[in-house]
Design a protein. Sequence first.
Length: 210
Amino acid sequence: MASLLVLVSTGACRRQPSSESPRWETLPQAEAGQLRPLDAFERIEDRGLRSQALFLEASRVFFHPRCANCHPDGDSPFQDSGGQPHSPPVTRGPEDRGVVGMECAGCHQDHNLELARVPGAPNWHLAPRTMAWVGKTPRQVCEQLKDPARNGGKTLAQLVEHNAHDELVGWGWNPGAGREPAPGTQAHFGRIVAAWVATGAECPGEEARP
Ligand code: HEC
Ligand code: HEC
């Protein structure tokens, strides 16, 4: 709840919400490990604020360790619940695929290896530095996601498609070896990102947190 109040105070200050401003407190509490149902956001009447709330919901996935561990703002991935350095030490190398002798694909295959606890999915490699999320705010991630110079030249439609169907993204819900999956399902997450785009792809205020 506190985060929603923050959203009101930051996201709304530009808009001077009147008495019919959205009643954030009517958004249901998110259940652990779940994303809020899409229709919950329809209670927020202001389209721009609804868009911001949808992005904050999506950022519960973006910042989840299953995603953020591979979107670091440095040369090495993280592991476990986030913040723990990858063991053994590896670096991204010139093409985000590791260095000679320590390529990502040398250990990570196109599927999880349960016994060895090595996670895997097709084309396993590190997200480029321009797509780093660790250490950033939801607003900063929102802005860089929309920026073709930093998002791999994607349109908003391609961004929706990537989130809804990409296999590295999908691994976040099938991480193997007892790792906690990202909240919700990839399909539900894809619908939240699509609804964010459909409502104008607005970014939340700098202070807003999910
Ligand atoms: C020498 C083998 C090896 C190499 C090379 C390697 N990894 Fe890993 N990686 C592992 C193992 C083993 C784990 C599982 C650690 C654990 O959870 O116990 C892992 C875990 C990870 C995780 C954590 C997943 C999570 O959310 O917990 C990420 C992300 C990752 N590796 C990315 C990479 C990337 C990107 C590269 C190339 C730059 C790479 N790895 C190179 C063996 C390797
Ligand atoms: C194994 C590493 C890895 C994991 C895990 C991973 N990603 Fe990525 N991600 C990448 C790479 C590599 C790219 C760049 C690929 C491209 O541009 O096609 C990328 C790009 C993206 C992009 C494109 C745009 C941008 O600006 O960042 C989005 C969105 C994205 N990932 C979402 C996610 C989400 C959501 C999850 C978790 C559910 C996730 N990723 C987990 C490696 C990963």
